[in-house]
Design a binder for this molecule. Structure first.
Ligand SMILES: Cc1cc2nc3c(=O)[nH]c(=O)nc-3n(C[C@H](O)[C@H](O)[C@H](O)COP(=O)(O)OP(=O)(O)OC[C@H]3O[C@@H](n4cnc5c(N)ncnc54)[C@H](O)[C@@H]3O)c2cc1C
Length: 472
């Protein structure tokens, strides 16, 4: 049956609106395991279309959920109302040290464009070219090079967006509204945020120190505060040369204990994959290998190469400055999620609830102790990989399908443990449908009530992506 909302919307906008069964099926899913059927999908071509659609949603009491490429892992781009596919917001303007990009610009096209200017964007999610700028801002995405170049929040200079009233605003902006938001965002609240180098849980009010930072509230806001149409982001000079060193360890603990020492050398990336992933890669590793560290430097490479050997207790199995070889190894690392899915039997299931914890790097051994404790208590095994240099491990619990009901209990214990060791329950993938109900557990009542005020301020009618971040 055609959607009434879709039919009505199609009459008032000139852009494409889809509400046939196939389209609704397609947009019911993203890269998570959730399924939520929308009422209609709109493909706005300009800001006026977005403004019209938002005003339509207000009048018709339906919701609006912006969507980039749908590669999010927590159901952030799924909703029951109107899905806004932002693909037509695809303009790129390259500046000397920044880039202005439409929210629908795909990361791959942006990378190619910037490369021609000898520049690159710092945050590089392992999904590679397939995500969009809007989705990266929406989740405060990061990647292997965020260790040196920061998350999306750290690289955001300006954001243009459509507000819940259906008007356009560019942040940061010095006006009365800014003063009101600064009054809600109490600076002393920053103490209640985990001291980690990346965090995608809740609203990042800790990044707002003055009115000049106001746009950073959009990083990690998951489409709940406004529809981003374009953004200005920092760019960096492409490194002249890089060196990638692969180190084999007999245990995960041994590897994470080395990480703080390696960080002192100033690497551009330190990543980890465990034996579940290693068994799928084509490179040869010693039989005793339980995990591999990927350590990359993109400056002073000859000096740093020698020093890695001094500080590491593992066995260096490969080191290269050859671009094609470096890319090959990064492909192994970036395929970790699909390799982990290959490591699961038909009787097993993998959770999307626990998969993105981030702790202060020197506390990584405590995070592994926590996992060991949980695997001894519950019938589960784990697959581990991730951005270990940032303390961000994608620990994926694998349970037999018959034990899947235990996951909520395990998650509660895991999240409580992560928080007690000073970490965040999500370093880069966000809250979405998976973790929004745990945002209060992360920050406590006081900070959560500030988050509610932020939501109320930006979106008093709860039109934008309801149920994400603020769940009650
Ligand atoms: C194999 C794999 C590897 C991954 N590796 C990483 C990684 O290394 N690091 C990482 O951070 N993430 C990673 N991800 C997760 C995901 O790729 C990133 O979060 C990515 O930035 C999402 O972009 P997207 O365009 O697909 O966004 P979507 O999934 O479409 O949306 C994500 C969120 O952003 C919001 N959003 C989208 N567009 C807008 C807009 N215009 N205005 C406001 N809000 C908007 C959506 O509502 C949603 O809440 C990975 C995913 C996969 C499948």
């Amino acid at each position: 049956m055609p959607s009434k909302i879709g039919e009505k919307l199609a009459k008032i906008v000139t852009c494409k609106v889809a509400y046939d069964r196939q389209a609704l099926d397609l947009y019911s899913v993203d890269a998570s395991s959730y399924i939520v059927r929308p009422s209609a999908i709109a493909f706005p071509e300009n800001e006026k279309d977005v403004m019209k659609i938002v005003r339509f949603a207000l009048r018709n009491k339906t919701s609006v959920t912006p969507r980039g490429a749908g590669t999010g892992l927590v159901g952030g781009s799924l909703g029951t109302g109107i899905i806004l596919d932002m693909r037509h917001f695809d303009k790129i303007k390259v500046g000397r040290r920044f880039v202005q990009a439409g929210s629908g610009v795909s990361k791959g096209i942006l990378d190619d464009t910037l490369r021609r200017h000898n520049r690159f964007l710092g945050p590089n999610p392992s999904i590679g070219p397939f995500c969009t700028i809007g989705g990266m801002i929406g989740t405060n995405a990061s990647g292997s090079h965020s260790l040196k170049y920061g998350s999306t929040a750290d690289n955001l200079i300006q954001v243009k967006m459509v507000t819940s009233k259906g008007s356009i605003v560019t942040l940061p902006k010095k006006n009365n509204t800014t003063k009101k938001i600064l009054a809600i965002v109490k600076p002393q609240m920053q103490r209640q945020f985990p001291r980690v180098s990346k965090n995608s849980c809740g609203y990042r009010i800790d990044k707002i120190r003055s009115g000049n930072d106001l746009h950073k509230i959009m990083a990690g806001s998951e489409g709940t505060l406004g529809i981003i149409t374009s953004a200005m982001l920092k760019t960096f000079d492409l490194p002249k040369q890089s060196i990638l060193t692969i180190i084999s360890y007999k245990s995960l603990k041994g590897a994470v204990i080395d990480v703080p020492k390696i960080l002192k050398l100033g690497p551009s990336a330190v990543e980890i994959i465990d034996h579940n992933i290693i068994k799928h890669i084509t490179a040869k590793t010693p039989n005793s290998t339980k995990c591999l560290l990927f350590v990359e430097f993109d400056d002073n490479i000859s000096k740093k190469k020698a020093k890695v050997k001094d500080v590491s207790s593992g066995k260096i199995i490969f080191s290269t400055t050859r671009y094609d070889q470096i890319m090959q190894w990064w492909t192994f690392r970036n395929s970790a999620l699909s390799y982990s899915l290959k490591s699961i039997s038909r009787q097993e299931t993998v959770s999307s609830l626990i998969e993105d914890a981030t702790v202060p790097v020197h506390r990584l051994p405590l995070l592994l102790d926590l996992v060991e404790y949980l695997t001894s208590r519950y019938p589960m095994r784990v697959i581990t990989y991730g951005h270990v240099g940032n303390g961000n491990l994608h620990i994926r619990p694998i349970l037999k399908k018959k034990d899947a009901h235990l996951i909520k209990k395990i998650a509660l214990e895991f999240f409580s443990g992560v928080i007690s060791i000073g970490g965040t329950i999500t370093g880069e993938h966000g809250d979405g449908l998976a973790r929004s109900e745990f945002v209060k557990l992360q920050y406590g009542d006081e900070v959560y009530s500030i988050f509610k005020k932020i939501k109320q301020f930006f979106d008093p009618t709860n039109t934008f992506n309801p149920g994400k971040i603020i769940s009650n």
